[in-house]
Design a protein around this ligand. Structure first.
Ligand code: FAD
Length: 439
């Protein structure tokens, strides 16, 4: 079978790899100059680093299996996470139940309610009951107004901005359920986070190498413009941005929905409605290489409305700074609506907006600490999971036989992540094989 894959992010690469292993004839086209999509890297202190911070959880079993299969297990390290909350001018550790009990911005009764809600959700396996209620409403009802204002509200707003109140509880259930499942029991329970030495780009490169060695045709800097159908209505190829046509027996599209529709043939009102229903947040990552550490925390959530970013992720509090020439690598993170003003600001304007706030986390901070600075903008970074999301989910099998769609919009109820894009890529490859008349 000749298969064309559109999009060389994690999902497209996983599909390509499984199809090559099954001895099919694969061509993969990627619009960007490099493969990897949102897991792309740049160089910081002489070492590759993700443009958008990445780690994995112990519950991310598909990516762990891929890393093993690719012979890269010794690159995967597990470290205790150091999570904190910035609130009321102070950094509060926020990992264990003991930390939660000492979290003074919340009255004691609300700390207990917050902890009990986490324990309760951890034990709930049936997420379908959370599809009809928003996370906002559930927290208000069961954790209380204070827990919402101080902890969950800022976290939800940080990720979903003005769409935060619409996010379904099913999404929050999966976040909490899976995250708790990755911890050990007890009052001092620790969470472990996984990272690949040399960046997650290491497994992306290995997938690329195996796909190419297996005989796939891989082209980067080559956007796909159109998917074509034969007279029998089956997908029969694609048209590239340079007008070249590529024939195929099946086409797997692994790009965000809003890029899919313009290239897709007519797919009927209902399917198109579902694809159009996708709503996304974009990511803005402002990365600093500092001569001094900013804080001892790896992941610092900001629960303070005056700070113009939502989290400070100090990568070198997870992975030793010696790997990066002794520099302290810090992401200032934002998820924003696509038309947000920050996206049209220059890097210098962002410097002036962001940097004055860093003394909150370290009063000694000054601009002389900055050895380097980068800014990365990621469109279609986070789908907004709303109530009754299943009613809007497009199937991987589109109404056009031989045409498949696999993107982050279709990951549900789990929060999107490499693990689930790899799983989706595998699944859609298996579907294409199963559906083909010759099997
Ligand atoms: C800020 C941030 C932090 C994250 N943190 C984590 C984390 O800690 N852990 C984790 O596991 N995951 C994390 N993720 C999520 C993870 O990066 C994604 O789930 C995963 O990379 C998505 O892969 P994908 O292949 O589905 O999509 P994408 O990576 O979006 O890939 C789609 C590809 O399609 C290409 N494309 C688009 N249009 C065309 C066209 N017309 N022709 C050809 N190609 C086209 C794009 O260039 C892109 O390469 C994070 C993401 C962000 C933004």
């Amino acid at each position: 079978m000749r298969i064309a894959i559109v999009g060389g992010g994690v999902a497209g690469l996983a599909a390509a790899y499984r199809l090559i292993q099954a001895k099919h004839d694969v061509a993969l086209f990627e619009a960007a100059p490099q493969l990897g999509g949102l897991v792309r890297t740049f160089e910081a202190g002489g070492e590759p680093l993700e443009c958008f911070y990445h780690h994995i959880f112990t519950t991310d079993t598909t990516i762990i299996r891929f890393i093993e299969e690719l012979g890269l297990s010794e690159r995967l390290v597990w470290k205790d996470s150091k999570v904190g909350f910035y609130r009321d001018g102070q950094i509060w550790p926020f990992v264990t139940p003991k930390d939660l009990l000492g979290f003074k911005p919340l009255p004691l009764i609300d700390r207990v309610r917050l902890g009990l809600a986490g324990l309760y959700l951890r034990r709930q396996d049936d997420w379908h009951r959370y599809e009809e209620i928003t996370a906002w409403e559930w927290i208000r009802r069961y954790v209380g107004r204070k827990g919402l204002d101080v902890v969950w509200g800022p976290l939800l707003r940080g990720k979903f901005a003005d769409q935060a109140e619409e996010v379904a509880m099913a999404w929050l259930w999966s976040k909490i359920h899976l995250r708790f499942a990755s911890r050990k029991a007890g009052v001092n329970q620790k969470e472990q986070l996984g990272y690949m030495m040399g960046s997650f780009g290491v497994y992306i490169k290995e997938l690329e190498r195996r796909v190419r060695e297996g005989g796939a045709h891989v082209e980067t800097s080559m956007p796909v413009k159109q998917v074509t159908l034969g007279e029998d209505g089956r997908a029969d190829g694609i048209v590239l941005a340079n007008g070249r046509r590529w024939e195929a027996d099946a086409v797997i599209v692994c790009v965000p929905s809003e890029h899919f529709l313009p290239m897709a043939p007519p797919l009927g009102e209902e399917y198109e409605r579902r694809v159009k229903a996708a709503r996304w947040q974009w990511a803005l990552c402002y990365v600093l290489a500092l001569k001094e550490p900013l804080s001892p925390i790896y992941w610092l959530n900001i629960s303070d409305q005056d700070t113009p970013f939502i989290a400070v992720i100090e990568h070198t509090n997870l992975i030793e700074k010696e790997r990066y020439g002794g520099l302290n690598l810090v992401y200032l993170s934002n998820y924003l609506t696509p038309n947000h003003e920050y996206f049209s600001m220059t890097n210098e304007e962002l410097d002036d907006l962001y940097l004055p706030h860093l003394t909150k986390f370290n009063p000694r901070f000054n601009r002389d600490w900055i050895a380097d600075r980068w800014v990365f903008k990621g469109p279609n970074a986070q789908p907004v999971i709303r109530r009754h999301y299943r009613d809007d989910l497009p199937d991987h099998r589109t109404p056009a036989p031989g045409l498949y769609l696999a993107n982050m919009q279709q990951i549900y109820p789990e929060d999107r992540g490499q693990n689930y894009s790899l799983r989706m890529g595998e699944q859609v490859a298996a579907m294409a094989i199963e559906d083909h008349p010759e099997g």
